[in-house]
Each structure stands twice: as C-alpha cells, then as structure tokens.
Design a binder for this molecule. Structure first.
Ligand code: SF4
Length: 364
C-alpha cells in the first residue's frame, strides 16, 4: 500500500506565519496543472506495482483549483495508478472557498475528506495572521461541507497566538465540538525564519506568549479532546474513532508515498526524493519533457532508524522493539533501551511489554 500526494502551491494571500512553498500569483496556474498532469503520467513507471490507499491534495491552497483542473488531475491519476476500492481522498481547503456549489463538485469528484484551514474562530486572530477568511465563513464552511455530505472533516487550529487568551482558546475548541468536526489538527504558532511574524518578533512588534500560557493551552486541548472522545493519536492530531487520517498514518508508519508537483516529496521505503521548489523551473522542465528536477537521498540504516524513532514516538502506537529488531537488528534494540533508560527514570518515556511510549509529561 502507498499514499499519493499532489502539491498545489498557490494561495490567495500570504499568511504572516507561513513558511510553506507557495505563491500568491495565479499567473502560472494553467501551465502548472498541465505540468502536474504530465508528471503524473511520467512517474507511473516508478510506482507501477503499488496499490494506493490514499490521495491527498495539499498546498498551498488546493481550493484555488476549479472543477476543470480537479477533474483533469483526478482523471489522470485514476487512469495511471491502482487504488483500493474506497480510497481516502483528502482535499485541503480554505473556508472562503467552500460554498455549496464547490463542495458538491468536490463530492462528485470522489473527495471524501476535507482538511479546512480554520486556524481560529476569532476575527482578531484571523486578521493578525492575515488569513483570507473570517469567523463567520469558518463556521459556514463546516456546515456547508456537512450539508454536501462530507462528514469526514478535519479542521486545523492554531493556539499560542499572541493576544489569544485562555478563554479565546477554550471558545475555539467549544465551537469546534459544537460543529461536530471529526478530526482536529492543532499546532502551536511558531515563528519560522523568513516569515512576517518572525520579522515582527525581532522588531518587538509582536510578543510570543509565555511558555506557561502555551502549556496551559496545550494541556486544555488534551483534556478537552479526551472528554469529547477524541483519540490523541499523534502529538498534534486528535480524531473521533474511525476518523484517523489514513494518509498521515502512512507517513508516520514509514509507508511509501508518491509526491507530485513543485516541492513535493516522495519516499519508496528506502530513498527519499523531492521536486524542485520553483514553479517556473518545474513547469519549464516538465513541458520540455525533462523530469530531472528531482533530488534524491538514500537513507542509511541509521537514518531510517532515527526517522522511525522520531515519528513513532509522536504517535499513540509508540516504538515497537520487535519491529526495530526485525527492521534494524538486535544491536539497535539494545541501543534504544540504553538511551531510553534515563528517560524512563525521568518519567518522560514508559515501557509496556515490547513497546515504548512518550508519557503525558514527556509530551510537554
Ligand atoms: S493558506 Fe496555508 S499555505 Fe497558504 S499562506 Fe496561508 S497557511 Fe500558508
């Protein structure tokens, strides 16, 4: 089984905290869709034997695409690749794009899961972060999606925003539960180099919140989601039973995935590769029939072991010592136990049978 990812690097406006690869100019949208369709066909040979379980449209903002674009991309994928009979097909979208007509179209194209970039239900936070939607649109988008019978709904939320009080955060969660969303991805605001927020922080135009406040908001998130019967299955991800993101689980479980589009990453189980982070160069090369815009990195055993530790510790499934033994050998099991011993004593990790988990203390 494998996962399929398509990167759409366009956004309507630049959020002040974002360091993803995107552009706000839609000038090359048509050419980019042409190139993506070409890349889909070309990459087929590398993943011919795989059966795909998930398809994920991420960005940027995939909801800048119109019906024609989406149809072209999905048709091309379905023509050249094998999928299980009912794949999870996720589409990232901004609330202001999710009107009933657009949602009906997404549904008819087979999209059965949405990841909506809500971030906050408060206009003051949305304005500060320079999001393109407002609080009313945020609530409407969820309702519209449910009316269009897309009930597998993730919303992204950000906490630790400067000026966000504990009560604001409580309200954001209350509203989310009231809207019956099935999945929440909640991230602490970070000040990434090169972003407007990072620049403002250096100029003292914006002051990050105190660490105790961050901790209080994160603890509340964990407590409240548990009370609402959400599984805390990854550090930042919470889902109702039956609504865990299959696509993200693939990443965390080291399942191969194919990435299409500028800056998209792929992983075949041993080596990682990634496309050039330039829309123009990606288009030029693809249109010329040259697909040599990809860089590769073959992972050593130690690299793969390190990735396994980092990703599995983030999840509720933890580190499986039997899996380490099979995949990397007994010496890696010994090494893991040696390193973990001190963290057991500090109550940051715990061991249950042959598995190691991060403790609630360790998460913080
Ligand atoms: S919409 Fe998403 S990808 Fe685009 S700038 Fe905002 S956070 Fe970044």
């Amino acid at each position: 089984m494998a996962g399929y990812y398509v990167h759409i690097p366009f956004c309507r406006q630049a959020c002040r905290y974002c360091d993803y690869y995107f552009t706000v100019s839609l000038k090359y949208k048509e050419e980019l869709v042409d190139s993506i369709v070409k890349e889909i066909k070309n990459k087929k040979k590398y993943f011919e034997k795989q059966e795909f379980k998930t398809l994920y449209f991420g960005g940027g903002t995939p909801s800048v695409l119109n019906e024609k674009d989406i149809k072209r991309i999905i048709t091309e994928i379905r023509t050249h690749y094998n999928f299980v009979s009912q794949p999870e097909i996720t589409f990232e979208a901004n609330p202001d794009d999710l009107n009933p007509t657009y949602l009906k179209m997404l549904r008819s194209e087979g999209i059965n899961r949405l990841s909506i970039g809500i971030q906050s239900f408060h206009d003051k936070d949305l304005n500060l972060m320079r999001r393109s939607h407002n609080a009313i649109q945020a609530i409407d988008s969820i309702k519209n999606a449910q009316d269009a019978e897309i009930s597998n709904l993730n919303i992204d939320l950000i906490y630790g925003i400067p000026g966000m009080s504990f009560m604001d955060w409580q309200e954001n969660l209350e509203i989310s539960f009231k809207q019956n969303v099935t999945h929440i991805s909640a991230y602490h605001l970070s000040f990434e180099p090169g972003t407007v927020f990072d620049h403002w922080r250096k100029k003292k135009k914006i002051i990050p919140i105190e660490e105790e406040e961050s901790l209080e908001q994160f603890k509340y998130l964990i407590k409240k989601t548990a009370k609402e019967m959400f599984l805390h299955y990854e550090i930042s991800n919470f889902a109702k039973e039956g609504y865990l993101s299959e696509h993200n689980k693939n990443y965390w479980n080291g399942i191969p995935f194919l990435g299409i589009g500028p800056s998209a990453h792929s992983y075949d189980g041993r080596a990682r590769s990634w496309n050039i982070s330039s829309i123009k160069q990606y288009i030029d090369k693809t249109q010329n029939g040259s697909f040599n815009y990809t860089e590769n990195e073959t992972l050593s055993t130690t690299d793969r072991y390190n990735e396994y530790i980092l990703t599995s510790l983030r999840t509720m499934w933890g580190i499986d010592l039997n899996e380490i033994s099979q995949e990397f050998g007994i010496n890696y099991v010994k090494y893991t136990e040696e390193i973990a011993a001190d963290l057991f004593r500090k109550n940051l990790l715990e061991k249950k049978e042959q598995k190691i988990f991060i403790t609630p203390n360790g998460i913080f």
